[in-house]
Write a protein that binds this ligand. Structure first.
Ligand SMILES: *Cc1c(COP(=O)(O)O)cnc(C)c1O
Length: 474
């Protein structure tokens, strides 16, 4: 009998362990399945350690502690809230738009009870899912008709498939964009059954290019808003209005994919002009698509507005069913859109708008509050400062947007700044910031009310623990 086999025999029996978990509060919230699985995993790990000649503690307590750790890990949510200190308001990796309170309340109200999702209460007959928002979107954009699908990528795919399948779609070479997450205009075109007809050059496209591309197969003029990059210098693009005029003359419909369409003009808030949906609709374009969770600040959705005739065709496309939005989205979208009837209310209550229009003094005040709370708490464990910087609140989707901001910056004294950044990502809640010039930068623009205290506690605990560990090992 080898030493290994002797040691394997010391592993406690499952029945015995399972019985012990009954009285162990660490397993209180775990379903039996999870407890069993954690115990098996723990015992299996010990068995492997013994077989590779280690001498782990195989006592009941040691095994239970291991299992409790495994069970706790399995019980954790994988999708969790975090503190966004990057200053990037439209952050695709961090969940894009935060919903306004009205939207959150309405999701709760509508989803906790049965609803008239597809019932016309006046007639008692089957109703249309999009009825809740169609009038509202039309009111806000001036469009004849409107609907919403899962996201804007879906809206583009569905619209192209409905009105241009089997035809040539004319697009400027300067607008063949790729959006993050592998959405590429040429690929979407192929998937929707259309044939891409590129015209012009990367930097310059003229109306005569569109005109010259027309043949018997031409089915659509498509304009794509290049919302995530900018071509500068010697450039020329054809306005939507000119495309519409040419389309009318030649009997060719015109579509615009706006990407991040906005319902308000950002100009008065000192932000670069972004196309406002109502202005695009007013050009007479047949159909315009845009995102619900970019500049609009609502739930993930793709909104389609335009001529009734075109929208009717889209509603009749079987693909619509596959891309339909659910009642949670509908509830959130209705509440968010309603706020746009009063621009001041929209800017005050929709988090995306509030953060994008936040002035320097407000950001600066937030930065100072965080600084004042951190300074005494972290003592000598980091070099702390306030710095005027520029935030790029658009991330990948608002390329030239830069806003003056005031950041809290720190350089830890007992760990590297990269180690700090990594530890903050692993914290509860995780804190996302950025590193610049060997300092950790936190932009308060995107830190939500109520998160400041959490941020201060998380940072303090981390920095002070690191300092004390260093001291004790000296
Ligand atoms: C963002 C974007 C899309 C995709 O929108 P999602 O809502 O992310 O699906 C499509 N086209 C353009 C021009 C965009 O900017």
């Amino acid at each position: 009998m080898t030493n290994k086999q002797e040691r394997l025999k010391t592993l406690p029996a499952m029945d015995q362990l399972l019985l012990a978990t009954d009285a162990d509060t660490r397993f209180d919230d775990c379903p039996r399945k999870v407890v069993l699985d954690a115990l098996r995993t723990a015992v299996e790990a010990l068995r492997k350690e013994i077989l590779s000649d280690n001498t782990p503690d195989t006592g009941d307590d040691a095994v239970l502690t291991r299992a409790a750790g495994i069970a706790a890990e399995r019980m954790k949510n994988r999708l969790i809230p975090l503190i966004n200190a990057t200053g990037v308001v439209l952050h695709t990796n961090l969940g894009r738009a935060l919903l306004c309170q009205d939207a959150l309340d309405n999701i709760r109200t509508v989803s906790a009870a049965y609803s008239n999702l597809e019932l016309n209460l006046a007639t008692g007959k089957r109703g249309i899912r999009y009825a809740a928002i169609e009038e509202l979107i039309c009111e806000l954009t001036g469009a004849e008709s409107a609907m919403a699908v899962n996201n804007n990528a879906g809206a583009v795919l569905l619209t192209l498939n409905t009105i241009a399948q089997g035809t040539e779609v004319v697009v400027s070479r300067g607008e063949l964009v790729e959006i993050g997450g592998s959405f590429r205009v040429p690929d979407v075109m192929t998937k929707s059954g259309c044939c891409l007809k590129e015209v012009g050059t990367t930097n310059r496209t003229h109306l005569r290019d569109y005109e010259g591309a027309i043949n018997a197969h031409t089915g659509l003029f498509l304009k794509v808003h290049t919302s995530n990059y900018k071509i500068e210098g010697f450039t020329a693009e054809v306005s939507l209005a000119d495309m519409v005029a040419l389309g009318r003359e030649k009997g060719i419909p015109v579509m615009e994919d706006l990407g991040s369409g906005t319902l308000i003009d950002f100009g008065p808030y000192g932000l670069p002009a972004e196309p406002v949906v109502s202005e695009r609709v007013a050009t007479g374009a047949d159909v315009v698509t845009f995102s619900g969770d970019k500049l609009l600040g609502g739930p993930q959705a793709g909104i389609i507005v335009g001529k009734k005739q075109t929208l009717d065709k889209i509603r009749a496309n079987p693909m619509t069913r596959a891309l339909r939005i659910d009642k949670l989205t509908l509830a959130a979208l209705e509440s968010t859109l309603k706020l746009y009837r009063d621009e001041a209310a929209a800017v005050a209550k929709i988090p995306t708008l509030k953060m994008l229009t936040m002035d320097y003094d407000t950001v600066s005040g937030k930065a100072e509050n965080i600084f004042k709370a951190l300074e005494p708490a972290i003592g000598d464990s980091a070099d702390l400062a306030l710095a005027d910087m520029e935030s790029r609140p658009g991330g990948g989707s608002y390329p030239d947007l830069r806003l003056p901001t005031r950041c809290v910056t720190l350089r830890p004294k007992h760990m590297s700044v990269t180690a700090l950044e990594k530890a903050l990502r692993a914290a509860t809640p995780p804190v996302m910031g950025r590193i610049e010039d060997d300092r950790f930068i936190m932009d308060p623009r995107t830190i939500q009310a109520g998160q400041e205290d959490l941020l201060v506690t998380t940072l303090t605990t981390l920095l002070n623990t690191q300092r004390d560990t260093k001291r004790n090992t000296k």
